[in-house]
Design a protein around this ligand. Structure first.
Ligand code: NAD
Ligand code: GLY
Length: 368
């Protein structure tokens, strides 16, 4: 079969470099996977929602390349992103005597992708894996860059590894079955790239919100491509987040507190990030880094994407104190000091601490 027309963005990381393929209908073509090493076994890891929709399509595209294509459907949801679910992947690999040339395919959103990547990083100390992201969020962010892992009850994505895939296949046709709420969640991670790195892209998003929300193919292809280019630019310079890569966490410090504080799965990750960006932008403004007009504009764009812009109450007695306690568990915190990704003038991000009293003011101002 001939490969479908597609665009390619390259992640340049020396021997860990790989392509991101972006196009409509990529899963219909065996040629999409032509560059992958051949092997005896492929394991398609998906979940109970996505597998019935797309795993037959992927398995048929892989059939000529691997002697065995086996499949595992994990329980669906952020609340299952933990050790017990991860172990189901190892159980399957071992029960089928999978060797170290086995290739894992993550077919799903960020939850499946993060867990499959972590399983690939640790099974027999590392087997190849491919990301086939099926949510907008996963296509523009989580499938790219090699962050893999699971949650701990005390903190989001606290256990994991940096481990790069062999390839990322973004078939935008798969997004047509995505619930509206998930489309909005993906838009949050797309919007994120504007204030931290590319204000022209933010203006394009602002002007193209209706076609984006409606998943119009040209608009989605452009948004996925530009997001992946910006992520490739960041990851290519700082794969293991010793500095620059932290800017991709704009909105995530507040957002992770919302996710953990409400219980994983209550708010979607993208919803928490959208609201977290409003809070981080407000903190940037209170520190004199951006003006109120910038915060208002960003808030309007986030709202237009169908995302919440007011933070939830995490505690009735001392809500700000609860946010602060949760944020001290953030991976960017150092010796208990929270480090925020802030906007230091539109299009430029910095990471720095902020006085607790000011953060409290921002939380009080931004929560319902
Ligand atoms: P998700 O994986 O939970 O998917 C969202 C929902 O959509 C699920 O119910 C899923 O089954 C369903 N779904 C997926 N594809 C579908 C399709 N095509 N049609 C219909 N339903 C479909 O959530 P997500 O937003 O994709 O990812 C969030 C996760 O990604 C979080 O755990 C977050 O921590 C992680 N993440 C990781 C990185 C990274 O760099 N590794 C970056 C951002 C987010
Ligand atoms: N999503 C943040 C990162 O990949 O670094």
């Amino acid at each position: 079969m001939t490969p479908h027309a597609h665009q390619t963005v390259d992640i340049s990381l020396a021997e860990r470099s790989y392509p991101i393929l972006i196009g409509d209908g990529l899963l219909h073509s065996a040629g999409t996977f032509a560059a992958l090493p051949r092997g005896n076994t492929a394991l398609v890891v998906s979940n109970t929602t996505v597998a019935p929709l797309y795993s037959a399509r992927l398995k048929s595209a892989l059939a000529g390349r691997y002697e065995r294509v086996i499949e595992l459907a994990l329980p669906d949801g952020e609340s299952f992103k933990h050790w017990e679910t991860l172990n189901l992947i190892f159980d399957t690999l071992l029960a089928h005597t999978c060797d170290r040339k086995t290739v894992l395919f993550a077919l799903g959103g960020g939850v499946v992708g993060d867990m499959t990547g972590f399983a690939a990083a640790s099974y027999m100390r590392g087997v190849p894996f491919v990301q086939v992201p099926t949510t907008l969020l996963a296509q523009v962010d989580s499938s790219v860059g090699g962050k893999t892992g699971i949650n701990h009850p005390l903190g989001k994505n606290m256990i994991g590894a940096f481990y790069q895939p062999q390839m990322v296949v973004c078939d935008i046709g798969l997004l047509s079955s995505l619930p509206k709420r998930e489309v909005s969640a993906g838009l949050a991670e797309i919007i994120k790239y504007g204030p931290i790195a590319d204000m022209d892209f933010l203006a394009w998003i602002e002007a193209n919100m209706p076609p984006l929300v409606a998943l119009q193919p040209d608009a989605v292809t452009h948004a996925v491509r530009r997001s992946c280019e910006l992520k490739a630019w960041v990851v290519g310079q700082d794969e293991r987040e010793s500095g620059l890569r932290a800017i991709l966490n704009f909105g995530h410090t507040f957002g992770h507190a919302i996710e953990a504080g409400l219980g994983y799965g209550e708010w979607l990750h993208g919803e928490a990030v959208g609201c977290g960006m409003v809070m981080a932008a407000t903190l940037s403004q209170r520190l004199g880094l951006v003006d109120a007009g910038f915060v208002e504009r960003l808030t309007r764009i986030i709202e237009a994407a169908g995302l919440p812009t007011r933070g939830p109450l995490l505690a009735t007695a001392d809500n700000a104190g609860r946010y602060l306690a949760l944020m001290r568990n953030d991976k960017k915190a150092e010796a208990g000091e929270i480090r925020f990704v802030l906007i230091d003038g539109p299009g430029r991000a910095v990471m720095r601490p902020a006085p607790d009293a000011l953060v409290r003011e921002v939380i009080d101002a931004c929560c319902v």
